[in-house]
Structure formats: structure tokens, C-alpha cells
Design a protein around this ligand. Sequence first.
Ligand code: GLA
Length: 384
Amino acid sequence: MKNTIGIFIAISFATALVAGCGEPQSPEEKETVVATNTKASITSQDWGMVDSQSVKLFTLTNTNGTEVKITNYGGIITSWKTKDKAGNISNVVMGFDSLAPYLQAPPYFGAIIGRYGNRIANGTFSLEGKTYKLATNNGKNHLHGGKKGYDKVVWTAEPATDGKISLVLTYTSKDGEEGYPGNLKIKVVYTLTDADEIAMDYSSETDKTTVVNLTNHSYFNLTGDVSNTILHHELQIDADKYTPVDATLIPTGDIIDVTGTPFDFRKPTKIGDRIADVDGGYDHNLVLSKTSEGMELVATLYDSISGRQLEVITDEPGLQFYSGNFLDGKLTTPDGKPIIKHGALCLETQHFPDSPNKPQFPSTVLKPGEKYATQTIYKITVRK
Ligand code: GLA
């Protein structure tokens, strides 16, 4: 069975590629099935051009009818449609239905973030006796890979050939790109499972010692309606500690017990209950209390309006909880609703911000010959 699907994928994808060489067609009219196993499928459509490279939008559908759309521009998850407790289907992530708004640099909606997720203080770090100067794009700091991070490049994308509903994205980040040392070959595999999970497998290799911290920057609103803020969503995070930050959101280097602070999410707590006690809102790295280096359930987000629950499973040591503090209503959803402050939130699994300058944090250094490999699963189910 698996092989049959694999062959079908290969043939269909080749057909799609050949079809892509023909006359220009509008994004709507060209939709090609590139993989299917009866009910589950991957289709692709042309979405435009960036940097003389063709951008596509892929639609992954599982046997439950759950549908995820991903573009190879920035490896962005543009929508994730799931059922609520009444069986109504809606999109639970912030995104757009065409390429143009993504080219206006929205705040990393759904994108792959790299080479380094979150901030590096003053855009500089030293490695093996050499000081590197990175692009600064957040005041004096470096944020999410710099001016043109992995969220703004065109990735090579192909459906997997192993029978899974997976999209394989690859990109080579050149030595010196945004100031980082080493040619870094990156692979990110997104898989939509029949358990309504998006599994994200990140791997990379370098030819010079460098730092790597990849993540995904999806913004969730589990109600599926951005006019509800996420302040009533209940969040639970298995983290005994967090890393406090300075005024520019750079960790001070301390690792603090969450007991008695608004960062204690060890019991499910409404986000709005204590957000007023956090200057600027939540935008902090929680130090996960994992008992192994393997995959563990680390966070659960629940919305009682829709009954939807998001579980976050990862092998990463940290979780950046960002409560959409910089959203300001200027961007709108495809159905015209303003994406307001706290209209959506991010749970970014990663190593800690500014680790290259904080030897006390888990290392993000990758050397030639080593393999960087991490996995995160977002799983959405419904509580009835
Ligand atoms: C991350 C950062 C935030 C902000 C958002 C994007 O979550 O920690 O400070 O930059 O990305 O707006």
C-alpha cells in the first residue's frame, strides 16, 4: 500500500512539475493533485513568483477532512481548518489567502524561523574565538534570523514519497547569510497525520561551526474567529522556571522559579487572568520541565467556546509564549476581520533566546559532522 502511494506521489508530482512548465495560469485555475491515498491528499497550486522562483500553495488533507495549507514561501502554514465541538469547520491560525500580503512582512505568521529563533543581543556573538556581526532588525538586536530570515525565502518543496501526507521543504542558507558562519543545509518536513497533528521535523548540517535554533511561528486562535481575543483561552505549560528579560526582550541570563509569578502555568490558567501583571504582555521563554531529551507533551491550550484543544509535544528545552502583544488590528484575515492585540498567540518550541551569549543556557552550537535534529507536534482535538 505504502509503495503504491509513493509511486502515485512520484508520478503525480512529476506531472505537476511538467504542467508547471506550460503557459502561465492563474493561481485559482491550476490545482494539481500531487499525492493521494483515497481520502487523504496533497494538492498544489501556483501562487506567484518571488526572487525569480516559483511559489506554490500546497493543501494537505487527512482522512478526517482536516485541511492544512502550506506555502514554500517561508515554509508558512497559511491555514489549518479543523472542526469545533459542534462540527463546524474553521481556520485556527493567522494567515492570508494570497501571496501578496506575505510580501509585506507580516509578523512571521505561520513561518519557519531561522537561522536563530528569537533574539540575539546586539546582533553579535563569538564562537571559537571569532566574533560574528549579524544583521540587526529589532532595535539594536537580531530577531528571527535577521532582515531576510527563513520566513522570507523560497524553499524547495516536494511531497514525501513514503506514503505519508508530508511536505518536505529544503533550503541552503549560505555562509555569511545575515552574518552567520557556515553553509547550512536545512530540511523541514511537515506531516499531517490522521490524529489531526502537524508534525514538524527539522534537521540541518553545516560546513563551519555555527548556531542554529529553528522553530515555527504559527499564531493560534482556537475559536477560529479573531474577533475573540485569546485572553479567555486556558493555557497549561509544564515549566517550573522561566527566563526573565530586559526592556529589549533579551534574557537577563537568570533562570527563575515560576512559583508565585504570572508565569506559573503548571495548572491550566486563563491567559487574561494575570496578563496585566506582565509588562507588555507575555513574550517569554519558559524553561520546560522535561524529564528526558525526547518528545514530551509540554503545553495544552484550551478554548471553551469551540471546545478545541491544542497540545504541544516537543523535544526542545524551551517554549516562547507570545500573547500577540504587537498585533494592532492593521492586518486583516481573508474574511476582513482585523487581527487585534491578543487576537492570537504563539507557542514557539525552541532553545532559549540569546543562548549564543549565555553559556549557562543549553547550547545552540552546531559543528561540521554533527546533525541538528528536532521535532515538534501541534495536535488539535475537541473536548465535547
Ligand atoms: C516573537 C518575539 C516577539 C515578537 C514576535 C513577532 O514571538 O518574541 O517579541 O517579535 O515574535 O512579532
